[in-house]
Design a protein around this ligand. Structure first.
Ligand code: ADP
Length: 262
C-alpha cells in the first residue's frame, strides 16, 4: 500500500490552559480531497497551520513523504512545498499581482523576469483571470479576484525545480463570507485545480459551509474537543448516526456538542 503523503502522529497542541489538539493521528494520501469540519474553535485552523509548518505542535511528529519534519517551514532545509491559501487572501498590498504571485520565484530563483511573468500569466489563466490582472495592485481587485490571486500564488512553482511544486494545498475556509454563487465558483475552482495541473492533486481544507463540504470533500474528518470524533466519505455524512455529525448537519443546539452562550 502506498504510504501517506502527510502523516500526523500523536499531535497535541495547547494554548494557555486549553488543549486544542489532543494526541491526533491523521494520514493523508496522495490525491485525497480531505475536508476538516467541526464547531468553531476546535482546532481546525490549528491543524492546518501545523501541517503547513507555520506552527509547531507541543507533542507529536509530522511526516511529509515519509520524511520527518524538523521545526517550522522557515528553518527547513529539506522542505516539501505545502502551500496554504488563507481565509483572507493575505496579499502584499504594496506589490502588484505579478509580484505577489511570483514572489518566491523573484526572491529565490534565477528565472528571468520575463519567464516569471509568463508563469504568472499561466497561473492567472488557471484561476480564471485575464493576464493583464498581473499589472494591478491588490487594492484594485474585488474580493473574489483577490481570492483567485491567492490561489494562483499557492500553485506557483519553478518548472526547473520540481521540489517547489506543491505536494499539497491547504485551504482555510476558502468560501467564508461568500454568497452561494461566489462559493460555487470557488468550489469548482478548487476541484478544477485538483484535476488540472496545479502541481498537486491533494488538498486539505477547513470549511463550515455545507455546499463547500459536499462539493469539495471526498473524505471528511470531524474534529471536536481535541480529537477526531468521526471520519468517513462525504456521502456518509447523511447516513451516519454519529450524534455529533447529526447535530452539526442539523444545526441543532441539542446534542453532545456544547454550544457557547446557550
Ligand atoms: P477553528 O479553526 O476550529 O475555529 P482554531 O484552530 O482557530 O479553531 O482555534 C482553536 C482554539 O485555539 C481557539 O480557542 C482559539 O482561540 C485558540 N487559539 C488558536 N490560535 C491561538 C494562538 N496563536 N494563541 C492562543 N490561542 C489560540
Amino acid at each position: 500500500m502506498t504510504p501517506p503523503l502527510i502523516q500526523l502522529k500523536g499531535i497535541s497542541k495547547q494554548f494557555g490552559n486549553t488543549f486544542v489538539l489532543n494526541n491526533v493521528d491523521l494520514d493523508i494520501y496522495e490525491g485525497e480531497a480531505l475536508v476538516i469540519i467541526g464547531p468553531s474553535g476546535t482546532g481546525k485552523s490549528t491543524i492546518l497551520r501545523i501541517i503547513a509548518g507555520l506552527l509547531a505542535p507541543d507533542k507529536g511528529e509530522i511526516y511529509i513523504k515519509q520524511q520527518r519534519r524538523q521545526g517550522l517551514i522557515e528553518d527547513q532545509q529539506d522542505a516539501m512545498n505545502i502551500s496554504m491559501v488563507f481565509q483572507q487572501a493575505a496579499l502584499f498590498d504594496s506589490l502588484t499581482v505579478d509580484e505577489n504571485i511570483g514572489f518566491t520565484l523573484y526572491q529565490n530563483s534565477r528565472l528571468s523576469h520575463d519567464k516569471i511573468r509568463k508563469l504568472v500569466e499561466e497561473k492567472l489563466q488557471m484561476v480564471g483571470l485575464p493576464p493583464e490582472t498581473a499589472d494591478l495592485s491588490p487594492a484594485q481587485l474585488s474580493g473574489g479576484m483577490k481570492k483567485r490571486v491567492s490561489f494562483a500564488r499557492a500553485i506557483m512553482s519553478n518548472p526547473e525545480d520540481p521540489d517547489t511544486s506543491p505536494a499539497a494545498i491547504l485551504y482555510d475556509e476558502p468560501t467564508a463570507g461568500l454568497d452561494p454563487i461566489a462559493s460555487t465558483v470557488i468550489e469548482n475552482l478548487v476541484r478544477r485545480l485538483q484535476n488540472t495541473g496545479s502541481g498537486s492533486n491533494t488538498y486539505v481544507m477547513v470549511s463550515h459551509q455545507d455546499s463547500t463540504i459536499r462539493r469539495t470533500a471526498d473524505r471528511v474528518i470531524f474534529l471536536y474537543s481535541g480529537k477526531i470524533q468521526w471520519q468517513g466519505k462525504v456521502e456518509d455524512i447523511d447516513t451516519t448516526d454519529h450524534p455529533m455529525v447529526r447535530q452539526f448537519f442539523n444545526a441543532s443546539v441539542e446534542g453532545p456538542i456544547q454550544v457557547a452562550g446557550t
